[in-house]
Design a protein around this ligand. Structure first.
Ligand SMILES: Nc1ncnc2c1ncn2[C@@H]1O[C@H](COP(=O)(O)OP(=O)(O)OP(=O)(O)O)[C@@H](O)[C@H]1O
Length: 475
């Protein structure tokens, strides 16, 4: 994450500015100092800190008037008011003016830093809340794991900006969802969000897809067509799997990013657009640059702010939350009653590897909504391919799972006394495989199974097993 906490210090006293700067720097908080409150509003138009600390008595605009202006224009930035005149009046006025806190001078440096940290924590909470309270029809981003909170914070911090963002993360981790959230929380929210997956478009169609084409530009171009850049004008263009972009398209993209204009394929009139780019990739772009398959200059243009979305297995605590959310959503889609996870099932889901990340979990929940036999989902209800995962505690449940499915089917077909079919089948499998392991020797096979030799011989007869000549060898 390249977005860092930042604090502005406004005080005409140079030593106070110096002390605070130093203490914040030690606490790894970036700060910027100003010797007066004049022109702060103009500066805020360009860039905003997360917290402001301001003195009250200063030449020019005083701290309380500044506070009023800040409240009117930037009510979300917490302001800490300092004053050497620690009288009740200024304290009361600063609270009434909406100050986050009041810091009487002389102050203890640690106290000042902890106050700033509290204000930052307050900002972060607000950011997370804002992202979580999304429009009702927008898909929610579920995540309580610290790594996801970090992602929410980044979305919150970037909410007033149009800056280029590069999202990194494995397939199915939610990159597109985050890109949508960045757009929805940006000044461009009311304009289009256009997504394009580089891996899904044939190379020779990519330029026309991005930049459009003129009529007759190539065989098949029967009509003039606007590309995604034009469609996204004023809004956001999400370029997924940017690492798959061919070299010549990279060159064109770079030019558009530098000039803000481009030509349609076969066109001669430059088209001006104002598009914010959010790019995503599951690949290591630095490696592609080193290998020469991705342009370094384009990489630097895109890599302004980077957001990393962790693999699902690196945020296991979110798995049960996500699973419940997807089960409810699948039930809504299918207009059926939502299924619930038994605690042991939730626990098991959290232990699996999820190579397909959130998308795989989402698909599994849809499958379970249709396939699980009862309202409460048991570990054995999980789809076989999940249960077959190596290194999971339930490898050996697979055959039981299949057995359960078979029992379900038999009973659903109206069959009765199904133990009469199941038990001999079970014993037959046991005996045949054990005999295979002993090269047909019954005594050893009986031992493997935990039966006496006579029992094994009787079972072979009862089951009318055809065992090879070798099986008699040691009889
Ligand atoms: N944190 C989350 N909360 C809720 N749903 C999520 C979350 N993360 C991902 N999803 C859902 O999982 C699916 C996959 O997410 P998305 O398409 O955003 O992943 P991606 O990283 O862009 O995948 P790819 O790289 O394969 O395109 C989507 O249906 C998305 O809604």
């Amino acid at each position: 994450m390249t977005v860092r906490d930042s604090v502005w210090i406004i005080d005409d006293d140079r030593s106070i500015r110096w002390v605070l700067e130093k203490a914040l720097h030690q606490a790894q908080i970036e700060s910027l100092s100003f010797d007066s409150g004049n022109h702060i509003l103009t500066k805020l138009e360009r860039q905003q800190p997360q917290v402001i600390i301001s003195d009250i008595r200063m030449p020019g605009i005083d701290g309380l008037s500044l506070l009023q202006d800040l409240q009117a224009h930037y009510p979300k930035i917490p302001v800490i008011i300092m004053t050497a005149h620690s009288d009740l009046d200024s304290a009361v006025s600063s609270y009434q003016g909406g100050a986050f806190e009041y810091l009487p001078k002389p102050f203890d440096v640690d106290e000042a830093v902890s106050l700033v940290k509290r204000a930052l924590a307050h900002v972060h909470e607000q950011e997370v809340e804002a992202v979580q309270q999304q429009l009702p029809d927008a898909p929610e981003i579920i995540g309580e794991a610290p790594a996801m909170q970090e992602v929410f914070r980044a979305i919150g911090r970037l909410s007033k900006s149009n800056i280029t963002v590069l999202i990194n993360g494995e397939s199915g981790t939610g990159k597109e969802l985050v890109a949508q959230a960045l757009h929805r929380h940006s000044p461009r929210a009311s304009r289009p969000f256009i997504a394009l997956n580089m891996a899904a478009i044939p190379k020779d169609l990519m330029e026309s897809e991005l930049f459009g084409h003129e009529k007759g530009a190539f065989t098949g171009a029967a009509q003039q067509r606007a590309g995604r850049f034009e469609q996204a004008n004023g809004g956001t263009l999400f370029l997924d799997e940017i690492g798959d972009m061919p070299a010549d398209t990279q060159t064109r993209l770079l030019r558009v990013l530098a000039d803000g204009e481009f030509y349609r394929v076969g066109g001669h009139t430059p088209i001006k657009v104002d598009v914010r780019i959010i790019a995503a990739t599951h690949q290591h772009l630095e490696k592609l640059v080193a290998k020469g398959s991705f342009r370094e200059d384009l990489f630097h243009r895109l890599n302004v702010i980077r957001i990393h979305i962790p693999k699902l297995q690196d945020r296991r605590e979110d798995i049960p939350l996500l699973a419940r959310y997807f089960l409810n959503r699948a039930a809504e889609e299918l207009a059926v009653e939502a299924k619930a996870l038994k605690p042991e099932t939730a626990d098991l889901l959290s232990k699996l590897d999820w190579p397909g990340n959130v998308r795989q979990l989402e698909n599994t929940c849809r499958w379970l909504t249709v396939m699980a036999s009862s309202r409460e989902i048991l570990p054995t209800d999980l789809p076989p391919e999940l249960l077959e995962q190596p290194n999971t505690p339930i490898q050996n449940l697979n055959w039981e799972q299949q057995l359960r499915n078979w029992i379900d089917q038999e009973l659903a077909l109206g069959h009765r006394q199904i133990l009469d079919i199941a038990v001999p089948a079970f014993e037959r499998a046991m005996i045949e495989v054990a005999l295979k392991h002993t090269g047909g020797r019954r005594r050893d096979a009986a031992q493997l199974l935990g039966w006496g030799r006579n029992t094994l011989t009787r079972k072979i007869k009862e089951l009318k097993l055809e065992v090879g000549a070798n099986s008699l060898a040691d009889d």
